[in-house]
Design a protein around this ligand. Structure first.
Ligand SMILES: [Zn+2]
Length: 393
């Protein structure tokens, strides 16, 4: 019998480079293009899991951060709970990042060698070491459904030589990640194993394309990553301080060259407008902290651009955050009330703004998918952009 894959991906409709499809994982089907809310420490901040599952949001997949969960509560606690799904109480799909980006973001506090990255824990100051092998072990213990390779990220404005060194290290780490991952699957270290018809029951492993703003290096990185072979492919190292036009130049060039039959994931991006523009260039998966983080600081994303709830102009405004949003917050509450909550320091302000923001991101992607399927994506894209531009955002 042929070896079963850990995930399946089918493209059902296409409009230019934009694709609408279904990613089948061992924990459910995910329609793409998809936005994945970020659950850094095992929680999508300010949101109950019931809300994520509700028709309002209906998030099919969320993220967990290996770096944060590894440092606290630690792998012993999560393993003994039976893996991350059981520990947090979430049966739908989970993707974990490798921790590479988090340790890279520590800047001067970390030391990168061929072997891996040494750094001080932000929790207790202890010396820690993260490598491809350690990252794969931690992600197996977490039992996420999609695992990311351990990579190195070059700064957005890095020169050619520095980026080439970093990109080649990423390739060597990708190979070590693949080997360690395969060994761990054979040793049944994956706590999230779940057999369903047509799939292997194993975790899926995604590779990451690096190379900063240098298109020749991006292409090399893609070639080397595809040669190793993964279940999906991500573009990493964007949205790290480079100009937005540089980000789209990279996506323009790289996305259409990525394997057509595998999901394409743009890591850590972006605003609703960024998502729509990246979909138009062939991207299928996204994650970003913007809807949750900005929700906590009083900023709402709407179809007419960003809205700062602190502004005095909303003091007596009885309209919802977004008149075209049907989320439970917009159906029930006014800008005036949300502003009052925020100005009073009430925690409900963060909760409600986060809910609306997630609904807006997930709804935007629903609209994107429907329009690709119906052939109206170019119209959807133009109208979406025009509405945002009308507000100067
Ligand atoms: Zn809303």
């Amino acid at each position: 019998m042929a070896k079963l894959p850990p995930t399946k991906f089918h493209i059902q409709a296409q409009s230019g480079e934009a694709r609408a499809g279904v990613l089948t994982t061992r924990r459910g089907q995910i329609e793409t293009p998809v936005f994945m809310p970020v659950g850094t420490a095992g929680t999508v901040k300010g949101t109950r899991f019931e809300e994520l599952e509700s028709a309002d949001l209906d998030a099919r997949i969320i993220l967990g951060n290996t770096y944060h969960l590894w440092l606290r509560p630690g792998i012993d606690v999560i393993s003994s709970a039976g893996g991350l799904h059981r520990f947090i109480g979430w049966d739908r799909a989970l993707l974990t990042d490798s921790g590479g980006f988090q340790v890279w973001s520590l800047g001067a506090l970390r030391k990168i060698t061929e072997e891996g990255t040494e750094f001080r824990s932000h929790v207790d100051g202890s010396l820690k070491f993260l490598s491809p092998e350690v990252s794969m072990e931690v992600q197996a213990a977490l039992g996420s459904d999609i695992v990311m390779v351990f990579d190195e990220c070059a700064p957005g404005k890095a020169g050619h030589e520095e980026t080439e060194r970093s990109m080649n290290l990423t390739t060597r780490w990708a190979k070590r990640s693949r080997d360690a991952f395969d060994r761990l699957q054979r040793d049944s270290a994956d706590t999230g194993r779940l057999e369903i018809e047509g799939l292997s029951g194993q975790q899926a492993l995604f590779g990451i394309v690096q190379g900063a703003s240098h298109l020749d290096l991006r292409r090399q990185s893609l070639e080397q990553t595809v040669e190793i072979g993964f279940d999906g492919y991500a573009i990493g190292g964007l949205s790290v301080g480079e100009e937005k036009s540089v980000m789209f130049d990279v996506i323009d060039d790289i996305a259409p060259r990525m394997p057509r039959d595998s999901p394409r994931y743009l890591m850590g991006v972006g605003t609703p407008a960024d998502l729509v523009e990246a979909v138009a260039r062939g991207i299928d998966m996204f994650d970003c902290v913007l809807p949750t983080r900005n929700g906590r600081t009083g900023q709402a994303f709407t179809s007419h651009g960003k809205l700062n709830i602190k502004n005095a102009q909303w003091t007596n405004d009885s309209r919802p955050l977004d008149e075209s949003c049907r989320c439970s917050v917009c159906r029930r509450h006014s800008r005036a009330y949300l502003r009052h909550l925020y100005m009073s320091g009430e925690m409900l302000a963060s909760i409600l703004l986060t809910h609306h923001n997630l609904a807006f991101f997930l709804d935007t992607m629903r609209g994107v998918r429907q329009s690709i399927r119906s052939g109206d994506f170019p119209i959807f894209r133009r109208e979406f952009t025009e509405r945002l531009d009308a507000n100067g955002e």
